[in-house]
Design a protein around this ligand. Sequence first.
Ligand code: FE2
Length: 203
Amino acid sequence: MTDPRPLPFNPANMEGISAKTLAIHHDKLYAGYVAKSKEICDKLIALRTSGAAAGNATFSELRALKDAETFAVNGVYLHEWYFDVLGGDGATDKAPELSKALAEKWGSVQEGLKYFSECAMAARGWSVLCWDTKAGALKHYNGDAHNQGGVWGCLPVIVLDVYEHAYFIDFGSDRKAYIEAFWKNFNWAKAEKLYLAARDVKL
Ligand SMILES: [Fe+2]
């Protein structure tokens, strides 16, 4: 696990999502997942090298660490994907291929985003549009925790954090307004790059 990545945009330039929210979200919460991922990794190495790595599925130190490991590591990766696609101006013309793919799948880009936004209203943690390498297609999946709901073999293209910490300071309980702000600040050029890279992965 590497050190926390800096925010790839200037929080002062965001519309609706405040610098205060982003400071807490990035500097405290995301950085906390990075630190815990390292701690868990070190503890797993220490447990294995001590010869005491005994597995028991009801309870064991190994089980507790392995469970925490997927929560912490996904907490890092999902936040990095989320921050990666923010800081833009919401202009879809910066993503011609992704726009075409959204329109092919959902009828139009707007219909695709409308469906994504409704899925995000239905999630308790994460809403993710990804390239499903098994299906060879764009697919949408929701997660109710960092280590729940993800489908292995999928490469995220658009990751939206819908935990209350992402919006409560700025929007109260109005998650819909937060999702609208997410699209306003969406970095389509970055999403296009992620989509093109993911689409070429053949497994
Ligand atoms: Fe978050």
